[in-house]
Design a binder for this molecule. Structure first.
Ligand code: PLP
Length: 397
């Protein structure tokens, strides 16, 4: 169980990104946290050691990452996992057979799959609701409910959940409010400050930011939850290796710089898309035309680089995603490089088609993760892809 250091909440966000949770290494004074690539630690005598016994249980590189993200989220305890889904897996292990979870209907496809196809078999029950209206959350709560699980903004529909309103509900009923903060990151949104009990991250995305590792994190302020999650982290063992923790730590040092650029590029690209007649629907919370723009401004301090657009025609969407040169056709998001994806066949293929249609996740929907390149190049790239998507696929003669 990793608790922040006494000074980790000092200083402003950018300074904490670089320093929180890290100290010069006691052996040589290394300024950067070393990669403790070891499975075990020597004991001076029986029961006499430096607090480190076995690396599933404790690893100094992992602890630095856990403290760093805990400090950025305004939390007290951090727990790193081998992936975002391993973090969700540990979270669901807080529950017992018979317990009920109210979950946003448009959560990450893999989160939905873990709940419905793994934990439902083990006796947990789930109700998926449209959380844009908090009344839907309230209506779904039953006596067995233990957790309200939110993602905001959602992937890929960019729907928002009013976190303060949700935590009013959960606090009054003694339920756990859990927020997947992967999209906004603590740079733009801090759910614990709005009353959430737990924050979840796929470190794979914006936190690491360089598309070169997979990881997850849980953060809380609550001693009781930390005790239990620490136990589960060690007992079930879904921990990341030290190299991946080190990469994430390095990535987070530039989180504020990257997020500012993702946000600037996201706004430029969204503004440009909003003026095109061949985009039938556009989803970006930073646009005044987004139905929850006012909530976005209240709850978030920026909007980031994720944009979804509907081209109205599945064939055209296919040609579009295959025609960009800078935006790489790939799953995932949040890296320095721009990515383009087709949620219905890629990231959200595991969501039942009827549920996809109901929430607007059509076969003509395209998702952009705007990187930190020059916005003019991104716009030129998309412009070219729009032109190419108008032509039927060329046939070699
Ligand atoms: C990617 C993602 C996850 C899952 O994380 P992994 O690291 O891929 O296991 C969870 N939530 C959101 C919002 C994501 O984008």
């Amino acid at each position: 169980m990793t608790r922040i250091l006494p000074h980790d909440h000092e200083h402003r966000f950018g300074t904490r990104s670089v320093h929180a949770g890290q100290q010069p290494d006691p052996l040589a004074g290394a300024v950067m946290t070393p990669i403790y690539q070891t499975s075990t630690y020597v004991q001076e005598g029986l029961g006499r050691h430096k607090g480190y016994e076995y690396a599933r249980t404790q690893n100094p590189t992992r602890e630095a990452l856990e403290r760093n993200v805990a400090a950025l989220e305004g939390g007290t305890y951090g727990f790193a996992f081998g992936s975002g889904l391993a973090a969700l897996d540990a979270l669901l292990k807080l529950l017992r057979s018979g317990d009920h979870v109210v979950c946003g209907e448009n959560v990450y496809g893999g989160s939905h799959r873990l709940m419905e196809r793994v934990y439902a078999q083990l006796g947990l029950t789930f109700t998926f609701v449209d959380m844009r209206d908090v009344a839907n959350v309230e209506r779904a709560i039953i006596p067995a409910t233990r957790v309200v699980y939110c993602e905001t903004p959602t992937n890929p529909m960019m729907n928002l959940v009013d976190l303060a309103a949700v935590t009013d509900l959960t606090q009054a009923r003694g339920l756990l409010a859990v927020v997947d903060n992967t999209f906004a990151t603590p740079f733009f949104q801090r759910p614990l400050e709005l009353g959430a009990d737990l924050v979840l991250h796929s470190t794979t995305k914006y936190l690491n930011g360089h598309s070169d590792m997979v990881g997850g994190l849980l953060v809380t302020r609550r001693d009781d939850l930390a005790e239990r999650i620490g136990f589960i982290q060690n007992a079930a063992g879904g921990v990341p290796g030290p190299m991946d923790c080190w990469l994430a730590l390095r990535g987070i040092k530039t989180l504020p710089l990257r997020m500012r650029q993702h946000d600037a590029n996201g706004r430029r690209v969204a503004d440009w898309l909003a003026r095109r007649k061949d985009v039938s629907k556009l989803y970006y919370p930073g646009l005044p035309s987004h139905p929850q723009h006012e909530l976005a401004c209240r709850q978030m301090s920026g909007f980031g680089g994720m944009i979804s657009l509907d081209l109205g025609d599945a064939q055209r969407a296919r040609r579009f995603v295959e025609s960009t040169r800078i935006f790489a056709l790939a799953e995932s998001l949040g890296g320095v490089e721009s990515l383009i994806g087709h949620p219905a066949s890629m990231t959200h293929a595991s969501v039942p088609p009827a549920m996809r249609q109901a929430m607007g996740l059509t076969d003509s929907l395209v998702r952009l993760s705007c990187g930190i390149e020059d916005a003019d190049d991104l716009i030129e790239d998309l412009d070219r892809a729009f032109a190419a998507s108008m032509q039927p696929t060329a046939v070699a003669v």
